[in-house]
Design a protein around this ligand. Sequence first.
Ligand code: ADP
Ligand code: NI
Length: 217
Amino acid sequence: MKKEQLIQETAVFVREHFEQEGSGHDWWHIYRVWQMARQIGTTEQVDPFRIEMAALLHDLDDWKLSQSRESQAQEWLSSIEVANVDLQAILQIIDEVSFKGAGVETTPTSLEGMVVQDADRLDAIGAIGIARTFAYGGNKNRLIYDPEVAPEQHDSFKAYQQSTAPTINHFYEKLLLLKDRMNTETGKKLAEERHQFMEAFLEQFFREWQMEERLIT
Ligand code: ADP
Ligand code: NI
């Protein structure tokens, strides 16, 4: 099968898998990451096939979403007979994509991994990032904000995974840290504006929380 055809078949498979996802990891998240990774990939010396396949499959086995111990990405790649070197490279990109806590180093080992990670992280910040984060919090029954629970800087993946903190804390535990951890020049540029939008959102959120608007009149 031609590579373009493998990508299209994978998109159909993944779309079906994520159609009903309610925690901000629905098909349109995958679609945006796919398109963004493609776009960033045009500015780097990379293998576009590996990038597109990894972007499409990147959340299939995510610890937040999948209980399965088998790798569904690996199963799919084998079933459509992707060449073994590509299969291994794609799985490696997926394995390295995720954020694992403020104090945990997660720089990918390949340029393709860096591109996919930047694309995934761009979708975690800005207006869309804010929307996804509250969707996730609601899906997991978390509070929006609790002034009695301070954000933490997790220094192990396990501590990060175990957190059940209110959703606003996630901005301080992950989202605001991403701008300075982008890998590519394009990623860095795009992250800047999205970061500023989150800062403005948080400023307004706390103004409203503290009822500071009332003091103005
Ligand atoms: P990663 O692999 O880096 O975790 P994902 O594509 O799986 O990236 O999506 C992570 C997104 O899920 C976050 O950006 C956020 O929107 C949401 N999310 C994950 N953990 C939390 C949390 N503890 N509170 C709120 N949102 C969360
Ligand atoms: Ni993702």
